[in-house]
Design a protein around this ligand. Structure first.
Ligand SMILES: [Zn+2]
Length: 197
């Protein structure tokens, strides 16, 4: 008979310890089967108990594997990798959309308001940085034309060897830069994403 050991005891066959509450096979009557008392499942002389325990174990394993398909999915390396990839891409998209918005806002303010030279230095750094990072992004994407376009923008706005032009020339350049940056971000993070789907 299968039951939980009522007390700490020892296996009647192998003599090693049986803890209280452990599943044991209990021999109730002393006969050809063996000695009265608890046995380990694997030690019991009762074949019937061994069979029941084996079936119960098999059923438990089956239930566990049926009830918990999620862990195996979670542990699927390719699923995990694509999930991480998606997360990284979403994060990158957010960063680029934010940075480009800031660059466009700086451009617009720079056109509309006459601000000190330092403002335009910051503007150059921001636009050049965004354009350079976008150029890098387009290296691995099909829209290669964007790569050169962003490269040219990065040079025009580079703060290291600044191109000095009069305001009348900078203003249209700044105006044109805004939709170019917006379209580049769209092409990289929205249009390509759609194509990939
Ligand atoms: Zn035993």
């Amino acid at each position: 008979m299968l039951l939980r050991a009522p007390d700490d005891s020892s296996c009647r066959k192998c003599g090693s310890r049986i803890a209280r509450e452990e599943h044991v096979s209990w021999v109730e009557w002393q006969d050809a089967a063996g000695t009265v008392g608890p046995y380990h499942i694997e030690c019991t002389p009762l074949e019937e108990d061994r069979n029941i325990a084996r079936l119960a174990h098999e059923a438990a394993v089956k239930t566990m594997s049926e009830a918990a398909p999620a862990p195996s999915h979670r542990l699927n390396p390719s699923a995990t990798a694509s999930f991480r990839e998606g997360q990284a891409e979403a994060r990158k998209k957010l960063i680029f959309v934010s940075a480009t918005s800031v660059a466009c806002a700086l451009l617009l303010i720079g056109i509309e308001v006459n601000l000190p030279y330092q403002y335009y230095v910051i503007l150059r750094f921001t636009v050049c940085g965004v354009a350079a990072l976008l150029a890098k992004e387009f290296f691995v994407y099909p829209e290669r034309g964007w790569k050169y376009c962003m490269f040219v923008l990065a040079i025009v706005y580079n703060p290291i060897l600044p191109i000095h032009l009069v305001r009348e020339i900078w203003t249209p350049i700044n105006y044109v830069t805004i939709p170019i940056l917006a379209c580049a971000v769209y092409a990289r993070f929205f249009y390509v994403a759609k194509v990939k789907e």
